[in-house]
Design a protein around this ligand. Structure first.
Ligand code: ATP
Ligand code: MG
Length: 176
């Protein structure tokens, strides 16, 4: 089985578009080399994502979603939101530590941290304990400075323009 010589920690954050799609793009590239990829999604209980459907057709990429179909209210998250985020973290943790995957993506984990659904210490602990061949990719707006510090690669997507500002609603095949 092919492996990475050394797995690093990547963070895709910022307010501009392209974080989740960058992570799926990376997954696609890695799968082409026979690497095994797991994508664990936080706060994504909704069924309609094109990228999730596409991955069902691709060998070597597994996507596991957690959360409810509704938006999380950051001011008062529901108990189910917290439960789902903790389940996602536990699933990701076991998968990372198992060493079975070459790349593990925690999609929107930064937002789950920002909303205080999970604790930063648990993510830092996972970074510390991950097997050295595993690449860990953390996406979502609001990556905390501690994560930026712990990561090897950090990209901040900057919103220069987004059609949302012109009233263009979320588009099928482009935004989901
Ligand atoms: P994508 O999934 O397209 O890569 P993303 O992961 O960077 O985007 P998120 O912050 O997770 O974006 O936001 C999720 C949704 O919001 C996506 O449908 C995305 O297209 C859209 N979006 C991203 N950036 C902006 C923005 N600056 N203004 C409005 N909507 C945005
Ligand atoms: Mg995203």
């Amino acid at each position: 089985m092919p492996r990475l010589d050394k797995g690093l920690v990547e963070v895709y954050t910022g307010n501009g578009k392209g974080k989740t799609t960058a992570a799926f793009g990376l997954a696609l590239r890695a799968a082409g080399h026979g690497l095994k990829v797991l994508i664990v999604q936080f706060m994504k209980g909704w069924e309609g994502y094109g990228e999730v459907e596409a991955c069902k057709k691709i060998e070597n990429i597994e996507v596991v979603r957690f959360g409810t179909p509704e938006f999380v209210n950051p001011a008062s998250p529901k108990p189910i939101d917290i439960e789902e985020a903790r389940r996602a973290l536990e699933y990701a943790r076991e998968a990372v530590l198992s060493g079975k995957y070459d790349i593990v993506v925690l999609d929107e984990v930064n937002v789950a941290l920002h909303f205080k659904l999970i604790e930063l210490g648990d993510i830092l602990d996972l970074i510390e304990k991950k097997p050295s061949h595993v690449e860990l990719v953390l996406t979502g707006r609001y990556a905390p400075p501690e994560l930026v510090k712990a990561a090897d690669l950090v990209t901040v997507m900057e919103e220069v323009k987004h059609p949302f500002r012109q009233g263009v609603v979320s588009r099928r095949g482009i935004d989901y």
